[in-house]
Design a protein around this ligand. Structure first.
Ligand code: 5AD
Length: 351
């Protein structure tokens, strides 16, 4: 049967939510007809709130040292083949300078959980960026820290924090992470961040090993509860030096479907067409935009370290993925009727 999911898609748009059973059914039985209907609705909603603007964020991957050992991740601590690097405070600031000149008004400092950057050292970097670029948003994405550390960084001038919940279900979470890392702690961090007044981004991998439609249903229900300003999702892509080297990657098709569902559930959320999406298909990001996404995050790291921040195989870091080629990226987006916006790109999703 074709287009079987359309009644559920209409209900989702109306109620901005579904039951766990409905989510799982809609995801499990999806087909091209339902997807076409979903993307059409998702685009309409996206355009209603954000027009044809695409928000940009400059991603500065400042360290690939990590104390964690997540089974899926290429920069996990046990990967002895990873070529490790850290950017100095000066190098980070110089990325911001380049970024500002290129038109970025949001800097995302992303890294592994690297103790070299103590809470105090990070705070100093944050306040320096805050002082130098007053009209820019500062986003952090450096993992699970104490509430006090999150507060220190907020007070130093950070505005936003990205921390994917990865998967809501504790058992599924335990199959993707070593003992000691728990879904409960991850989620606690997110609630802390929110309470401290950060604009929060969370998200998950699509097609991660052992993931079921029920897991994705739980992810949707968690997103609804947390109501974050941003949701980052992308396909799981295997990395050859990890325990999941032989696991199949997630698909473009399911990732696009999930993007559309998120747009219908959280109409004003910021939804990036992620690097992983661009990696899995040459036109992945365009398709993501056409499925309801409204953000792209080009790479602003110094070119010589880019190839070392390898979370998964073949991760894009050149061409239109590079911050220097914003013009090319804009040209690609214009081809599908959208354009890059030079502003902070704040979420309309405020409580
Ligand atoms: N494939 C896809 N995404 C990955 N991430 C880490 N490893 C992989 C992988 N192999 C994602 C995680 C993390 C984000 C920074 O990158 O979801 O939160």
């Amino acid at each position: 049967m074709n287009g079987e999911g359309i009644p559920l898609i209409r209900r989702l748009e109306q109620n901005r939510g579904l039951t766990r059973e409905e989510w799982a059914e809609l995801i499990r039985n999806r087909d091209d007809e339902s997807a076409a209907c979903l993307f059409e609705r998702a685009r309409e909603i996206r355009i209603r709130h954000y027009g044809h603007d695409i928000y940009i964020r400059g991603l500065i991957e400042f360290t690939n040292y990590c104390r964690n050992d997540c089974y899926y991740c290429g920069i996990r601590k046990s990967n002895a083949n990873a070529v490790r690097y850290r950017l100095s405070r000066e190098e980070i600031l110089s990325c911001c300078e380049t970024g500002y000149r290129l038109g970025f008004r949001t800097f995302v400092l992303q890294g592994g959980e690297d103790g070299w950057y103590t809470p105090k050292r990070m705070a100093e970097i944050i306040s320096e960026i805050r002082t130098s670029w007053k009209d820019c948003a500062i986003t952090l994405s450096v993992g699970e820290l104490s509430r006090d550390t999150y507060r220190l960084w907020k007070e130093a001038g950070a505005d936003r924090y990205l921390l994917r919940h990865e998967t809501y279900d504790p058992e599924h979470y335990a199959r993707l992470h070593p003992a000691g890392l728990t879904a409960a702690n991850r989620q606690r961090c997110l609630w802390n961040l929110k309470e401290l007044g950060y604009q929060v981004g969370t998200g998950f991998m699509v097609g991660s090993p052992y993931q079921t439609p029920e897991n994705l249903a739980d992810d949707m229900i968690f997103l609804k509860r947390l109501n974050p300003q941003m949701v980052g999702i992308g396909p799981f892509i295997s990395h050859h030096d990890t325990p999941f080297a032989q696991m199949p990657s997630g698909t473009l098709e399911l990732t696009l479907f999930m993007l559309g569902l998120i747009r219908l559930m959280l109409p004003k959320v910021l939804l990036p067409a992620t690097t992983a999406l661009g990696t899995i298909a040459p036109d992945g990001r365009e398709k993501g935009i056409l499925a309801g996404a409204n953000v792209v995050m080009p790479n602003l790291s110094p070119p010589q370290v880019r190839q070392n921040y390898l979370l998964y195989d073949n991760k894009l870091c050149t061409g239109d993925e590079a911050a220097e080629s914003l013009k090319d990226l804009d040209a690609r987006m214009q081809k599908i009727g959208y354009h890059l916006a030079v502003n902070r790109g704040d979420s309309l999703n405020v409580e």
